[in-house]
Design a protein around this ligand. Structure first.
Ligand SMILES: NC(=O)c1ccc[n+]([C@@H]2O[C@H](COP(=O)([O-])OP(=O)(O)OC[C@H]3O[C@@H](n4cnc5c(N)ncnc54)[C@H](OP(=O)(O)O)[C@@H]3O)[C@@H](O)[C@H]2O)c1
Length: 247
């Protein structure tokens, strides 16, 4: 029997957007499953969010994903947030097959695999909500992002297919497409102070709203799409990007 507390599984919860999303769902009273590879960071987050459980899983390894039902009871899940993702940039002709494979394994194949685990239970309970994270680059790619942009375009298409298939079972599938958000994914910390400042200024200036996003800007949108507040919304791609998409 299902408990009254709603539960969410958030992948990539140890950092950036996933971290903020975990905080948001927890604040709203959800029990949150926090999935990532880095146990230390997850443990710190777990101490902040007592109503949570840590799931250590490397999404680049399909066997670890297969094993997830031993760590999470998917039948108790209300919301799945497929947030984990990787980014690296190269010229299109420099991406090796191994690069493409890793990008698609983490950013797309793992999302399909984890979603399938959730959907089989959502079908039985005749409800459930999945939120994907794509990127502005899915519909507005820039040079040096071929594998990443293609992976995020795949996520947007997957969102719509799963939304169509899920609708008869009251399963909703939506997607947030973030613009440039201040998180460790940009690797700015590795740069010297002056270069970092210049890069940050440029990234702020690209948005009509003249600032990079904060992880919580995205978490608010993810929460809206994951929760009952959006109960008549499915198959949608919500741009949360400071307006960069219309520039
Ligand atoms: N920041 C942006 O500007 C931006 C813009 C558009 C879209 N996005 C998307 O937003 C999502 C979150 O990105 P972020 O900016 O918050 O990045 P981030 O701070 O680097 O966080 C990425 C998260 O994914 C997890 N992760 C990475 N590889 C993993 C793997 N193999 N297995 C399990 N977990 C893995 C990381 O945890 P561990 O390292 O501990 O495993 C971390 O929790 C990504 O899908 C990204 O593509 C970000």
């Amino acid at each position: 029997m299902k408990s009254a507390t709603k539960t969410a599984l958030i992948t990539g919860a140890s950092s950036g957007i996933g971290y903020a999303t975990a905080q948001k769902f927890h604040q709203a009273g959800y029990f949150v499953h926090l999935l990532a590879r880095d146990q230390k960071k997850l443990t710190e987050l777990h101490h902040q969010l007592p109503n949570s459980k840590i799931i250590v899983c490397d999404l680049s390894d399909p066997r670890q994903i297969e094993n997830l039902p031993n760590q999470i009871d998917f039948s108790t899940l209300d919301v799945l947030v497929n947030n984990a993702g990787i980014y690296f940039s190269k010229a299109g002709d420099e991406f090796s097959l191994a690069d493409w494979s890793l990008m698609f394994q983490v950013n797309v194949f793992s999302v399909a695999q984890v979603s399938a685990l959730a959907i089989s239970h959502f079908k039985r309970s005749n409800k459930g909500s999945i939120v994907m994270i794509s990127s502005t680059l899915a519909h507005k790619p820039t040079p040096m992002t071929a594998a990443y942009s293609a992976s995020k375009a795949a996520i947007q298409n997957l969102t719509k297919t799963l939304a169509l298939e899920g609708a008869p079972f009251n399963i909703r599938v939506n997607c947030v497409a973030p613009g440039i958000v201040e998180t460790p994914i940009h690797n700015l910390a590795k740069l010297d102070l002056e270069t970092r400042q210049k890069r940050a200024d440029l990234m702020h200036s690209l948005q009509p709203l003249a600032r990079m996003g904060k992880p919580m800007d995205i978490a608010e949108a993810v929460f809206f799409l994951g929760s009952e507040a959006s109960s008549w919304t499915t198959g949608s791609i919500l741009d949360v990007d400071g307006g960069i998409n219309i520039k």
